[in-house]
Design a protein around this ligand. Structure first.
Ligand SMILES: [Fe+2]
Length: 117
């Protein structure tokens, strides 16, 4: 969450190294996740339709920011990207074992696939 008590909290008097940039991106991702959590809590907490719509829209934009930051992180740290891919592959394997998705990686049942049935 934002720390407004110190207006210089995020400033450092030099350019950062690549390793520090990678750490900063990880922190940025954590900030986006926290923002999603907070916006979603506010969406769930209000019955005002406009507030719900605006907050949900902002929440979803934060999700897109995570996609941008994850892509940047994968670019900056290919080793970490490889580990992300390992984790994704493990879960996809579990999904296949549970017959939740087909080996092609596509969901077995989508709205479109159910129309013809
Ligand atoms: Fe964001």
């Amino acid at each position: 969450m934002a720390s407004f008590a110190n207006p210089f909290a995020g400033n450092i008097p030099r350019k950062i190294s690549k390793e520090e940039l990678i750490q900063a991106i990880r922190l940025d991702i954590a900030g986006e996740l926290e923002a999603i959590f907070v916006y979603d809590a506010h969406v769930q907490a209000t019955e005002d339709p406009l507030a719900k719509k605006v907050l949900a829209d902002i929440r979803d934009e934060e999700k897109a920011h995570i996609g941008e930051l994850m892509t940047l992180l994968r670019h900056l740290d290919p080793d970490e990207a490889e580990r992300f891919a390992e984790g994704e592959a493990e879960v996809k394997e579990m999904l296949e074992q549970l017959n939740i998705i087909s080996p092609s990686g596509k969901a077995d049942s989508t709205v479109g696939s159910l129309i013809g049935k």
